[in-house]
Design a protein around this ligand. Sequence first.
Ligand SMILES: [Zn+2]
Ligand SMILES: [Zn+2]
Length: 244
Amino acid sequence: MKFIGDYHTHSTYSDGRDTIVEMVDAARQKGLGEVAITDHGPRNIGVGVKGPGTFLVIKEEIEKLQDNREDIKILAGAEANIISSAGEIDIPVNIAKELDILLVGLHPYVWPNTFRDGISFVLGNQLSRAVPYLKKKMKNTNTKALVEAMHKYPVAAVTHPGLGMPIELDEVCRACLATDTAWEINTGHNFQTVNEVQKAARKGAKFIVNSDAHFAKTVGALEQGLSLLTHANVDLEQIINIQV
Ligand SMILES: [Zn+2]
Ligand SMILES: [Zn+2]
């Protein structure tokens, strides 16, 4: 039993500390057959790539690197941000289409799509940390945004579901099934519980275990994810990046 690949890593094009070459070579050393470079979308405040076009530059760099690395498949991807309560993301469709893998995640510090989204979505999530009444409202808003995004774009996986921004697990799981989107087990943040994994598994979720590595040394550090899934008694067939 081994992991086929790590499909969520960041390079120096966003807030990762190591270059694409260093990330890829770390994955090779770990014996992975595939690795995806998925830098943050441009609207992630302070950490995103310069602009959506950067993903095409990254893709070109990966294509060149791929020619010199025969033992690993390198995927050009992105971790897009949701920037509106209607589930819009910060990467235009024409660029998203060029990518090998599109991940989507909810992040609290993003430049919103419109002023209204700034108030209802971004500010709402900030305030909800202190105001209990808003927590429930934002849970609904976040869930709806994530579900809409899955239906609008070809999302391969939802990154760190529920981290810092509450979501309705059942509803997000249903949308994952309807749109063939994986539920990420994120070993970088390592925040998920056996209980919630069990709930998602019972709903029939397909899991993908990713490192969310921002350093070469943590690429492919996926063991904790497997341990969590094993504790939750998840059927190995429900984990898409594991080879039994
Ligand atoms: Zn993220
Ligand atoms: Zn990430």
